[in-house]
Ligand binder design. Structure first.
Ligand code: FES
Length: 149
């Protein structure tokens, strides 16, 4: 069994629970998840930490398919988590699926006893291959989401 065998799609909220051009935070022990909704109702999920100095991306301004960090104005791509040039770095991103207006994020099982052998937390604990060094493991706990914006 490898870590990916334990991934599951976690139901988080409805698309309508995320304000257009806004965000919603899902609180997690190992780092909050920020869900973003574009003007075209596309939904993206990033770790809520700017790659610059850990600013809360969920508090930023969504434009197109980017978010501008509220602290120092870096622009981060929502689809890949990459900082736009000339800045460099990236925020951990998570796969999102929307079905019948419901948002799911791919993650490990919610039950602690369902962790993969060896004590891992499933695929979300693995580094994002497009974002080396981003870490971003999310604890497999159920976090209540709160509206932000
Ligand atoms: S912390 Fe985000 S731009 Fe500085």
């Amino acid at each position: 069994m490898n870590a990916n065998d334990t991934l599951a799609w976690i139901r988080l909220c409805r698309v309508d629970d995320i304000p257009p051009l806004g965000s919603r935070v899902v609180e997690r022990d190992a780092g909050n998840l920020a869900l973003f909704r574009t003007a075209q109702d596309r939904v993206f999920a990033l770790l809520d930490r700017c790659p610059h100095k850990q600013g809360p991306l969920s508090q930023g301004i969504v434009h197109g398919e980017s978010v501008t960090c509220p602290l120092h104005g870096w622009n981060i791509g929502l689809d890949d988590g990459q900082a736009k040039a000339p800045d460099q770095g990236c925020a951990r991103r998570f796969p999102v699926r929307v079905e019948a207006g419901v948002v799911y994020v791919e993650g490990p099982p919610l039950r602690a006893d369902a962790r993969p052998p060896g004590g891992g937390t499933g695929g979300l604990a693995e580094p994002d291959p497009l974002c080396p060094g981003s870490g971003g493991a999310l604890a497999p706990t159920v976090g209540d989401a709160q509206r932000n914006g």
